[in-house]
Ligand binder design. Structure first.
Ligand code: P6P
Length: 339
């Protein structure tokens, strides 16, 4: 007998009804974002059959070459979310400033931030990519909306999620009551609950890092990775495996599914940049999800969700995943002293 299939809508209604976790506006917002991810999945899956591969011939605010799909995904998310009435404004990796909902639409009480298509370097080689999103509440009493309203620590998120466009198209979501996973049923065009109460094992034998940067890392990170590489002959007394997909959504999804530790640490090539990944729309949503699944997420020293943002596109070092491994990295940083 096939298990009763719970749709995203039913899951969100039950969260609203049973747990009071989801105000109506937030439920509507999450359903609209999920619908936008379905549309992005269709464009992603076209590949060479659609005019979606390759560079768009422009650069984004990060100075990175934009792929056609980066721009398509960004536009889909903006168009889908403007009219809904749940949002006051949006912010995106692909846009310098915030996008305020036009006056012709009702203004809502939420702020949406997103990396519309993370892992773009993998698009043209058919490796999993994803959309990452974070939801904040507009500060009470704020007349209008400004960039400053977005600069809230990750602990203030009302919801966070990602969609991984891989062998399956899977939406992963938290509203602060655990982590749920929904797989896209392409025949019905609906999101079906396939896992809930996701838990990351506290211990792991698998680490994810771009080893080519090894010579640029700070000593605590080099110590941690050296010990993993030493395996059972070293202080850890067990062998480790390594994975690096260079697509944060795919690496994080693996960690949610079977444990592991993901690291994109500070490196001395860009001493003024804390790291490569962005705090507001990559690290914060992923940290919220990972913590809700029993894992941990730091910048090497401090909990990511506690970090006070200085700017919309601020970068941060990231160590996240199996709690005991993240705590070990923190201990090595504290032993090494320094700020
Ligand atoms: P590198 C993708 O560009 C991204 O922002 C993350 O998705 C990914 O984890 C990281 O950068 C990969 O960086 O330096 O290994 O290409």
């Amino acid at each position: 007998m096939t298990a009763h299939r719970i749709s995203l809508t039913q899951y969100l209604v039950e969260q609203q009804r049973q747990h009071g976790h989801i105000p109506g506006q937030l439920r509507l917002l999450l359903e609209v974002v999920a619908r936008a991810c379905k549309r992005i999945a269709i464009s992603v899956n076209k590949g060479a059959l659609g005019d979606v591969l390759g560079s768009a011939g422009s650069e984004n605010v990060q100075g990175e070459v934009q792929k056609k799909l980066d721009i398509i995904a960004n536009e889909v998310l903006i168009e889908a979310n403007e009219w809904g009435g749940a949002l006051a404004a949006m912010a995106s990796e692909e846009m310098e400033g915030i996008h305020v909902v036009p006056n012709r639409y009702p203004q809502g009480e939420y702020l949406l931030l997103f990396d519309p298509l993370d892992g773009s370097s993998n698009i043209d080689v058919n490796v999993s990519i994803g959309t990452i999103f974070s939801v904040l509440k507009k500060p009470d009493g704020a007349a209008g909306v400004s960039e400053a309203d977005f600069l809230q620590p990750g602990s203030q998120q009302a919801a966070a999620g990602y969609c991984v466009y891989g062998p399956q198209t899977t939406l992963v979501l938290t509203v602060g009551d655990g982590v749920a996973m929904f797989t896209l049923d392409r025949e019905q065009g609906s999101w079906v609950l396939t896992q809930h109460g996701v838990q990351i094992p506290a211990d792991t034998k698998e680490f994810a890092i771009n080893m080519s940067n090894q010579r640029h890392w700070a000593p605590p990170v080099r110590r941690y990775i050296d010990e993993c590489l030493a395996g059972k002959d070293g202080p850890r007394g067990k062998d480790f495996n390594m994975r690096w997909i260079a697509s944060m959504v795919a690496d994080v999804h693996r960690i949610l599914s079977r444990g592991g530790v993901f690291m994109y640490p500070w490196d001395r090539r860009e001493p003024n940049k804390a790291g490569k990944l962005r705090l507001m729309y990559e690290a914060n949503p992923m940290a919220f999800i990972v913590e809700q699944a029993g894992g941990a997420a730091t910048n090497g020293r401090q909990r990511i969700l506690d970090l006070p943002p200085g700017g919309l596109h601020e970068r941060v070092a990231v160590v996240l995943g199996s709690r005991h491994e993240v705590e070990r990295v923190t201990a090595y940083h504290l032993e090494a002293g320094g700020t």
